[in-house]
Design a protein around this ligand. Structure first.
Ligand code: TXA
Ligand code: MG
Length: 326
C-alpha cells in the first residue's frame, strides 16, 4: 500500500518522489490527479501503466504559473484572456506546443498540441517547488470513476503509486473544462468545472460543441467513469433492488424501497451536486446494488458536466468490469 501523508506535511516527500521518477497522487480542486515529472519519459510511462490507459490518450501538463505555461506552448489572444481569468482553476487549454518544450512527447501522445492548466492549492505549490511541469491524469483506473478523496485513490490505485497526498474531499468534484481555440472559435472539448456560460461571458464568442475540423479530445470515449453497477438515467420510478442517486427535493416513485439512496444536492444546487458526484457514485457502488438509478439533472451550468459524466457511466462498457468487492 502507498504511503499516505496529509497535504500539510507532504511537500518535501512529494518533490523527492517526483524528482526520482515516482508517482504521487495529489489533490486538486477538481479531482485527485496521478502525478509524474512531465519531462521524465519513464515516469510518464508509469502513469499509463498504473491506470491501464491507452497511449493514444494524452495527459494534461500542470504548471505553476503563466511563465511556465508560456515556456511550453504559445497562446493566442483569446486563450490568454481565458487563462488570465480562470487560472488557477478548473480550465484546461489545448495550445500549440513549443518545439523543445521540456515535456516528454508521451505526455501529449505525440500530438503537436499540449493541454495545460494551473491547479489550485497543493498541486500548484508542488509544481512551483519542483520547478517543472507535472503530467497528471485523474487518479483512477482507466475507464473507472474518478476519485475525489484520498481513500478512493487508495482503493483504486493504492498498490501502484508511491505516495498519496490527502487534501480532503475536492471542492469542485468534476474534472476541468477543456477548450481549444481554433481560428478564433471556442471549441468545448470536455464540459467540466467551469460552465460554458461562464466561458462565453469572458470570451464574447459562443462555445461550440461537437468536435469539428479535427478538434477533439482523444480520451473522450463513450464508456468512462464506470462503476461496477450498471447505471440507468433520468428515472421517474425506481425498480426493485436498484440504488438511487437523487437530485433536489422531489423523489422518484419507489424511492422508499431503494436498496440505497444518496442525494447529490437536496436543495437542487448544481455546484453542490458536482462536488458530490463521484463520491456518491463510489458509495452507491459499495452498496452492491446491481443498478444505480439516477434522477433527472438539469442541463444548465455545471449540469452539463454532470450529465456528460453520467451518460458515459451509463454507456455500454468497452472494458471488462472487475468485481472489486471480492
Ligand atoms: O481536472 C482535471 O482536468 C484532472 C485533474 C487531475 O487536473 N485531470 C484530468 O485528466 O481529468 P484526464 O487525463 O483524466 O483527462 C484529460 C483529458 C483527456 O480526455 C485527454 O484526451 C484530453 O484531456 N487531452 C489531453 N491532451 C490533449 C490534447 N493535446 N488535445 C486534446 N485533448 C487532450
Ligand atoms: Mg480521467
Amino acid at each position: 500500500m502507498a504511503r499516505l501523508l496529509d497535504e500539510g506535511s507532504a511537500l518535501d516527500a512529494a518533490v523527492a518522489i517526483l524528482s526520482s521518477g515516482g508517482l504521487v497522487a495529489i489533490p486538486t480542486e477538481t479531482v485527485y490527479g496521478l502525478a509524474a515529472d512531465a519531462a521524465n519519459g519513464a515516469a510518464v510511462a508509469r502513469i499509463f501503466e498504473a491506470k491501464g490507459r491507452p497511449r493514444f490518450n494524452p495527459l494534461i501538463a500542470h504548471v505553476a504559473d503563466r511563465e511556465m505555461a508560456d515556456s511550453l506552448a504559445s497562446f493566442d489572444a483569446l486563450s490568454s484572456r481565458l487563462a488570465d481569468t480562470f487560472w488557477p482553476g478548473p480550465l484546461t487549454l489545448v495550445l500549440p506546443r513549443r518545439r523543445n518544450a521540456p515535456v516528454h512527447p508521451l505526455v501529449s501522445a505525440e500530438l503537436d498540441t499540449l493541454a495545460l492548466r494551473i491547479p489550485r492549492g497543493f498541486g500548484g505549490e508542488l509544481i512551483a517547488r519542483l520547478g517543472r511541469a507535472i503530467a497528471a491524469p485523474s487518479a483512477n483506473s482507466s475507464g473507472r470513476v474518478s476519485t475525489t478523496t484520498a481513500r478512493a485513490v487508495q482503493r483504486d490505485l493504492g498498490n501502484k503509486v508511491d505516495l498519496i497526498v490527502d487534501g480532503g474531499p475536492t471542492s469542485v468534484g468534476v474534472e476541468s473544462t477543456i477548450v481549444k481555440i481554433a481560428g478564433g472559435r471556442l471549441h468545448l472539448l470536455r464540459p467540466g468545472g467551469i460552465a460554458a456560460a461562464e466561458l462565453e461571458a469572458v470570451a464574447g464568442v459562443p462555445v461550440e460543441r461537437g468536435g469539428s475540423g479535427g478538434v477533439d479530445a482523444p480520451g473522450q470515449l463513450a464508456s468512462h467513469y464506470a462503476p461496477n453497477a450498471a447505471v440507468r438515467l433520468d428515472v421517474a420510478e425506481v425498480r426493485p433492488g436498484e440504488a438511487l442517486l437523487a437530485f433536489g427535493p422531489l423523489r422518484a416513485r419507489g424511492a422508499d424501497a431503494a436498496a440505497a439512496l444518496r442525494n447529490l444536492s437536496p436543495s437542487g444546487d448544481l455546484r453542490e451536486a458536482a462536488a458530490n458526484l463521484f463520491t456518491l457514485l463510489h458509495e452507491l457502488d459499495g452498496s452492491n446494488a446491481p443498478v444505480i438509478a439516477v434522477e433527472p439533472i438539469p442541463a444548465h451550468g455545471l449540469g452539463e458536466a454532470i450529465n456528460d459524466r453520467l451518460r458515459r457511466a451509463a454507456a455500454p462498457r468497452h472494458i471488462p468490469v472487475v468485481n472489486e468487492r471480492a
